[in-house]
Ligand binder design. Structure first.
Ligand code: CA2
Length: 146
């Protein structure tokens, strides 16, 4: 059975493709999830994707991944900048965690420069738009291959 990567998308990412294309591109979240799934399949891996605007739902998905999923790729949206609850949930996950952002938050408003997720991430991919989904899965595949 193939190993599963949990792909988590935080608040407002369901609006991708609809508004702010100059910042986030024109692809939808479904497009990005499809890119991640196709990349995973090339490595014999599977993607399970969930998007939520609810912090508690994201935390529940992280808990449910424990002992079941091999890795987590997460774009926490604006929760990135203040959710210590997501930080704590990720800290309790045993596998690799990749923090992923479409834009480069460090090149934007000062309040986006802090990530409370980065300290518990194995690595972070920012600023590559939709290509980041492919890069994140490639990184996970390498980590899982040892
Ligand atoms: O660059 C990223 O991927 C972000 O995680 C996106 C978040 C933002 O709060 C982070 O600082 C960086 C925002 C996602 C909102 O997505 C929208 C998409 C279309 C229209 C409006 C919002």
């Amino acid at each position: 059975m193939s190993q599963t990567i949990l792909l988590l998308s935080g608040p407002n990412l369901n609006l991708l493709g609809d508004r702010e294309p100059e910042v986030y591109g024109t692809d939808t979240l479904d497009d990005h999830a499809a890119t991640a799934a196709a990349t995973a399949e090339r490595h014999g891996l599977a993607i399970e994707h969930h998007q939520s605007n609810d912090e508690a739902a994201i935390i529940d998905h992280i808990h449910q991944a424990r002992g079941r999923c091999a890795a987590i790729i997460i774009n926490p949206g604006a929760f990135t900048h203040y959710s210590w609850a997501i930080h704590d949930a990720l800290a309790a996950f045993e596998g690799p965690v990749v923090e992923l952002h479409l834009s480069n938050p460090n090149a934007r408003e000062p309040w986006r420069h802090t990530s409370v997720v980065s300290p518990v991430a194995t690595g972070t991919i920012v600023g590559f738009g939709g290509h980041g989904y492919e890069l994140a899965v490639e990184a996970v595949a390498r980590l899982l291959a040892g």
